[in-house]
Design a protein around this ligand. Structure first.
Ligand SMILES: Cc1ncc(C[n+]2csc(CCOP(=O)(O)OP(=O)(O)O)c2C)c(N)n1
Ligand SMILES: [Mg+2]
Length: 339
């Protein structure tokens, strides 16, 4: 096996239409997350809420490499993944506000949403728990004999967990069509990767199990798409799993309750100014004369409308009825004294 590090800069072999599509998809995630942040501040969203701002290119780039029937599973930082695979922003926002119109009828919240239709399997609050579950999803496709793949997203912090390596071992042994996507945003809550491992890169650890992999610039949606296509082609052809370590950065705190004292404002500002994925595509569209400022303004407006509508829907949708406490639970019979 030959694990390798991708150094080739992606060639933008995409049409203007596709570029504009990635711009719109990334912008939708960013504006949606900003709105979620606002609603949280207003007390309309309770509990935990982990925003994906800064990491948009990862999921948009990889979704561009996916086809119908491919599956995805991720952690609690999941709103972007849901929007990118085509779930309805209204249903996602209403779940955030704990309302009936949400994907889990308002009973799951930010970290627990699913869509069978879009093959989105959560939303998992336990760090790395989605990794073996994702291997199970990949196993089901292998068992059924189709050529679908499963994208298993997890963070740099999760990448230090034991269950990840048990999963690598089985996934390679069984040649599972699993793409392990390590979203390396450089921090696990307040712990920087420099403080949590001496290993220079996470994707190289796959070599111990014979798994192919590469590092990707996660602030460049085209590079992500390019690497995603390589990973997908490899997995679909039955060669087994693949690891993508996508180098990215989160602009906001770990969750809404994180004051982010473990890094400087300058560090965040520098990333925003010099490496922002949305800005990069914006410039590419303008300098390549694929779009005018007015075209981009129209996209911004359209995205804003979608997000505002989702927020309105989320505010107007009723809270779940009290009886809903006794549905979607494991107990077949509810003790009557509890009703
Ligand atoms: C098993 C377990 N241990 C600890 C936690 C608390 N916790 C929640 S998120 C997190 C950090 C994970 O960081 P990373 O995997 O890099 O993902 P990111 O938040 O950066 O997306 C920790 C320690 C948890 N939820 N589950
Ligand atoms: Mg992280």
């Amino acid at each position: 096996m030959a694990a390798r590090k991708s150094t080739a800069k992606a060639k933008p072999n995409v049409s203007a239409e596709e570029l504009l599509g990635y711009y719109k998809d990334m912008l939708l995630i960013r504006r949606f997350e900003e709105k979620a942040g606002q609603l949280y501040g207003m007390g309309l969203i309770g509990g935990f809420c982990h925003l994906y701002i800064g990491q948009e290119a990862v999921v948009v780039g990889l979704e561009a490499a996916a086809k119908e029937g491919d599956k995805r599973i991720t952690s609690y930082r999941d709103h972007g993944h849901m929007l990118a695979c085509g779930m309805d922003p209204k249903g996602v926002m209403a779940e955030l506000t704990g309302r009936e119109g949400g994907y889990s009828k308002g009973k799951g919240g930010s970290m627990h949403m699913f869509s069978k239709e879009k093959h989105f399997y959560g939303g998992h609050g336990i760090v790395a728990a989605q990794v073996p579950l994702g291997a199970g999803l990949a196993f089901s496709d292998k068992y059924k004999g189709n050529d679908n793949v499963t994208f298993i997203y997890f963070g740099d912090g999760a990448a230090n967990q034991g269950q990840v390596y048990e999963t690598y071992n089985m996934a390679e042994l069984w040649d599972l069509p699993a793409i392990f996507v390590i979203e390396n945003n450089q921090y696990a809550m307040g712990t920087s990767t420099k403080r949590s491992t001496k290993s220079p890169s996470y994707w190289e650890r796959g070599a111990a199990y014979g798994i192919e992999g590469e590092e990707v610039d996660g602030m460049d949606v085209l590079a992500v798409k390019d690497a995603g296509e390589r990973a997908v082609a490899y997995c679909r052809s039955g060669k087994g799993p693949y690891i993508l370590e996508v180098m990215t950065y989160r602009y906001r705190g770990h969750s809404m309750s994180d004051p982010a004292k473990y890094r400087t404002r300058d560090e965040v500002q520098k990333m925003r100014e010099e490496r922002d994925a949305i800005e990069m595509i914006r410039q590419m569209l303008l300098t390549g004369k694929h779009a005018t400022e007015d075209d981009l303004k129209a996209v911004d407006k359209e995205v804003k409308e979608i997000v505002n509508e989702s927020a309105e829907f989320a505010k107007e949708s009723p809270e779940p009825a009290l009886e809903e406490l006794w549905t979607d639970i494991y107990a077949k019979e509810v003790p009557q004294e509890a009703v």
